[in-house]
Ligand binder design. Structure first.
Ligand SMILES: Nc1ncnc2c1ncn2[C@@H]1O[C@H](COP(=O)(O)OP(=O)(O)OP(=O)(O)O)[C@@H](O)[C@H]1O
Ligand SMILES: [Mg+2]
Length: 421
């Protein structure tokens, strides 16, 4: 072996004392000659061998843990390391082989360390890691389900309102159809009258009869009213179609779908449509919409956030009040604010409103999950929710979303909800 720079060749006496030095080591060491015979093993190596079986020698230890290929690798690279499991008795050894290079390959030695305990610990750690990962996957699934069922529950709560919203246009379309049926009968009678007149020998003499009929059947009124009834009915049907479509959009499960560039303002409008029945008797809506770029998101989830915020705003308003909706974008972010003129949130509650199950509403009215779910949806989108509030004056929630999601979804950006006021 070549001499290391900065060292001198050891003198002969010191080499004679080498076994003494090796005996002091806790690590098992076996010096091996060119033929693979153990020419010296320290005490640690001998006792390690004895642990294999009461008659085992360091040679046996070496034979059990090394191969020719391992020695060749040690000769090529200077060192070879591996963990070797010996089953009887169960033991894991870290084996290191050192060899001189080609030509000095007769200078070799091996060290052995018992790493069974470490290996068991690593095995346990790996097992725990696998368990954690399984739990994480189950939790993610459960959260997805929770999200979906909260959404369905809020739709359930809104069902009566939505049914009313649908029933209203259906009601007047139905009544319009009744009127249209009467008008049709009158028009058919009139056409019949004209046909009879035309078939008469002297059609001109029937002019008076026809005029009488037109008056009796109120033709002038019908011809004015009919287009209006048709337009109104069409509008009613369109409104029902829209509500049904909004509900369908809303209840879609977004799981595993990629986020898509979406029109947040459209989402806000259709969500407002769904909750409208709950708001319309006490709330005046003001809109200050800016220009919004398409925002990469799961639209149905963002609609769920908007719905929770709108419902909360409505619930915060006692008798009558205003909800203002504003939108805008700055840099690479888009925002929506929902401000209400409601009761406001006291300072000490402000810290807790995003906690699951924090609610100040009576049992049966609120579960305290609305804002916690908003928070997790917005966090998943790498956005944030900010809130500012004054007791007695009102509350503003502001949802800010990045226009494009960072390339590696689930990256390190920590989402934050920051109480401002
Ligand atoms: N716009 C608001 N004005 C005043 N207080 C609000 C407003 N939004 C939320 N809060 C307060 O935050 C609490 C938590 O809101 P969150 O939406 O999480 O639950 P909830 O509305 O009580 O119940 P849920 O949404 O599950 O039906 C509410 O109980 C209320 O005290
Ligand atoms: Mg709520």
């Amino acid at each position: 072996m070549s001499e290391q720079p900065g060292t001198t060749a050891p003198d002969g006496d010191w080499m004679i004392d080498l076994p003494w030095a090796l005996a002091a080591l806790d690590t098992a060491v076996a010096l091996v000659d060119g033929d693979g015979r153990v020419i010296h093993a320290n005490d640690a190596a001998r006792s390690l061998a004895l642990r294999l079986d009461p008659s085992a020698t360091p040679e046996r230890l070496l034979a059990l843990t090394t191969t020719d290929a391992a020695w060749q690798a040690a000769r090529r690279d200077g060192q070879w390391t591996a963990e070797v499991a010996i089953d009887d008795p169960s033991m894991v050894l870290e084996v290191k082989l050192y060899s001189g290079p080609e030509g000095r390959a007769d200078r070799r030695f091996a060290t052995f360390s018992d790493v069974s305990a470490r290996s068991v610990r690593e095995g346990e750690l790996q097992q725990r890691h696998d368990e954690l990962q399984r739990t994480y996957r189950r939790l993610a699934g459960a959260q997805e389900q929770l999200l979906q069922s909260e959404k369905m529950a809020s739709i359930g709560q809104l069902a009566a309102g939505v049914a009313h919203e649908i029933n209203n246009p259906i009601g007047y379309v139905h009544s319009n159809l009744g009127t249209l049926q009467e008008y049709t009968a009158a028009l058919m009678a009139l056409i019949e009258g004209y046909a009879n007149a035309l078939a008469a020998d002297d059609p001109a003499s029937a002019r008076e009869t026809i005029r009488g009929m037109r008056e009796r059947l109120d033709f002038d009124f019908i011809s004015g009213d009919l287009p209006q009834l048709l337009a109104e009915s069409r509008e009613g049907i369109e409104r029902v179609t829209k509500i049904v479509q909004d509900l369908k959009d809303f209840s879609r499960v977004g799981r595993d779908e990629p986020m898509r560039p979406s029109d947040l303002e459209r989402g806000l409008e259709s969500t407002l449509n769904i909750v409208w029945n709950d708001l319309k008797y006490k709330v005046r809506i003001e809109k200050h919409y800016g220009t919004l770029p398409l925002v990469e998101c799961h639209a149905s989830e963002i609609n769920q956030v908007l719905m929770n915020l709108l419902i909360n705003a409505g619930q915060a308003i006692g008798e009558r009040g205003t909800i203002s909706l504003a939108t805008g974008s700055e840099d690479d972010e888009a925002w929506i604010t929902i401000s209400d003129s409601g009761c406001g949130i006291p300072e000490e509650a402000l810290q807790k409103i995003f906690d699951p199950f924090f609610t100040t509403k009576p049992i049966g009215r609120g579960t305290g999950l609305g804002l916690a779910i908003c928070y997790s949806i917005v966090a998943k989108h790498h956005g944030r929710i900010e809130v500012s509030s004054r007791v007695g004056a009102g509350t503003t929630f502001r949802m800010v979303l990045p226009v494009r999601q960072p390339a590696s979804v689930g990256g390190s950006d920590a989402p934050a909800a920051t109480p401002e006021g």
